[in-house]
Ligand binder design. Structure first.
Ligand code: NAI
Length: 393
């Protein structure tokens, strides 16, 4: 079939297998060229949510820096003769083929990471193939979670708390500035978002693997968080997702107690705002990212997921025996994003935007290109008119 880009409300419904292969191979080629500073790097790595975005980057960085054996757990749609798979399915297959060429172990468990069945399947795979793990990266971004005990479904929402919120945003397809009005969350929605995106499931994974003695001495675990500038506080840090992130950050403290038994440590890393499948659907965020990208590119400071995680490994997690953290114990990879000069310039440009007119002094093209790339589109080297079997990679 001819695979075309189909986007509905900032969500891409298709992915291109040939383009996803280009995406993954480009990231690996970039990593190949980087100095392998720091270490020793982990040799056996489990990534929950390792098929796209920050999780995929974590898997690739672990492989390229430490020649790690990796297991990914992610939720994917399989391809059929007439329907494309999720980009994560393609990325995973391409990545694993490349790892196998190097003689490295790389396998995935596809299914719901929140479920007990998938935890058990993953534990069995670790026991059989790796013995134990040295690093667990928790990088899930999910709209819902089915509680493994009660069977109840919880949904995460991206809403302000306390009052409705109105702010400028940008329509990514037209490039026109618009006003986004977001209704405040109910108390139940706040709690549900914490259930889905907070730390409970991270803790369940660690407890489960710890009980089965699958966590190696000195094991590390890291989950990803975001803070961002004040302009996005109502919809992010002070909104429903922010409550979930606070819970995630608190959980790291609790995990440290569990992990002290094996000399391990838990971290939350606050990362930079980037275009991923998860972030593109957060209201207001596309406008912020378009402005941020432009400013950071002008200053030579722009990074994508792979560059951020390379810095996480080489300059934070595996640099010295002490991992540098802020007052709250968090690793900060958003240090460049949050620099005063960057934020000052983003704010100045934000104030130039007017509803109903085109975005100015922003990098919407960069936003769109990156969004295309993470779905395998927009690569000049790929023939998008070619007839492709979506099941082949
Ligand atoms: P993403 O959408 O690219 O990746 C999410 C991953 O979770 C995918 O591998 C997906 O298959 C997997 N997943 C979702 N539901 C699942 C389920 N039920 N079972 C198994 N796997 C499932 O998202 P992104 O942006 O990389 O987010 C990862 C983490 O990084 C999140 O915690 C997010 O809040 C955080 N973060 C993201 C930032 C951004 O700007 N994108 C900035 C800072 C932190």
């Amino acid at each position: 079939m001819i695979i075309t880009k189909k986007i509905l409300r900032n969500v891409s419904l298709t992915a291109h297998p040939v383009g996803c292969a280009v995406f993954v191979k480009e990231q690996l080629a970039w990593l190949e060229k980087q100095p392998k500073v720091g270490g020793p790097f982990p040799k056996r790595v489990l990534v929950i949510g390792g098929s796209t975005g920050y999780g995929l980057a974590s898997r690739m960085v672990a492989t390229m820096l430490g020649k790690a054996a990796t297991i990914n757990v992610s939720f994917e749609r399989e391809p059929t003769a007439t329907k494309t798979a999720t980009p994560g399915w393609y990325n995973t297959h391409v990545f694993e083929k490349e790892a196998h060429k190097e003689g490295l172990f790389a396998k995935s468990v596809f299914g719901d990471a929140f479920s007990l069945a998938i935890k058990e399947e993953t534990a069995a795979l670790i026991a059989k193939e790796l013995g134990q793990i040295d690093l667990l990266v928790y990088s899930l971004a999910s709209p819902l979670r089915i509680d493994p005990v009660t069977g109840e479904t919880y949904r995460s929402v991206l809403k302000p708390i306390g009052e409705d919120y109105q702010a400028l945003s940008v329509d990514v397809s037209s490039g026109i500035i618009e006003t986004a009005v977001i209704e405040k969350a109910t108390d139940a929605q706040v709690q549900e978002t914490v259930k889905v995106m907070g730390g409970e499931d991270w803790q369940l994974w660690i407890d489960f693997l710890h009980e089965k003695k699958l966590l190696a001495d000195g094991v590390k675990t890291v989950a990803y968080s975001y803070i961002g500038p004040e302009v996005t506080y109502p919809v992010y840090r002070e909104g429903t997702i922010g409550k979930a992130k606070e819970d995630l950050e608190r959980t790291a403290g609790e995990l440290n107690q569990t992990l002290s038994a094996v000399g391990g440590a838990a971290y939350v890393s606050v990362n930079k705002a980037l275009v991923t499948r998860a972030s593109a659907v957060i209201p207001v965020v596309p406008l912020y990212i378009a402005l941020l990208y432009k400013v950071m590119k002008e200053k030579g400071l722009h990074e994508e997921c792979t560059q951020q995680i390379y810095r996480l490994f080489t300059e934070r997690l595996y640099k010295n025996s002490t991992v540098p953290v802020d007052h709250f114990g968090r690793i900060r990879l958003d240090d460049w994003e949050m620099r005063d000069d960057i934020q000052g310039e983003v704010e100045r440009r934000w104030n130039l935007q007017k509803e109903g007119t085109a975005l100015i002094e922003g990098d919407l093209a960069g936003f769109r290109d990156e969004y295309d790339h993470i779905h395998g589109f927009g690569y000049p080297s790929v023939d998008y008119n070619a007839d492709v079997d979506p099941r082949e990679i």
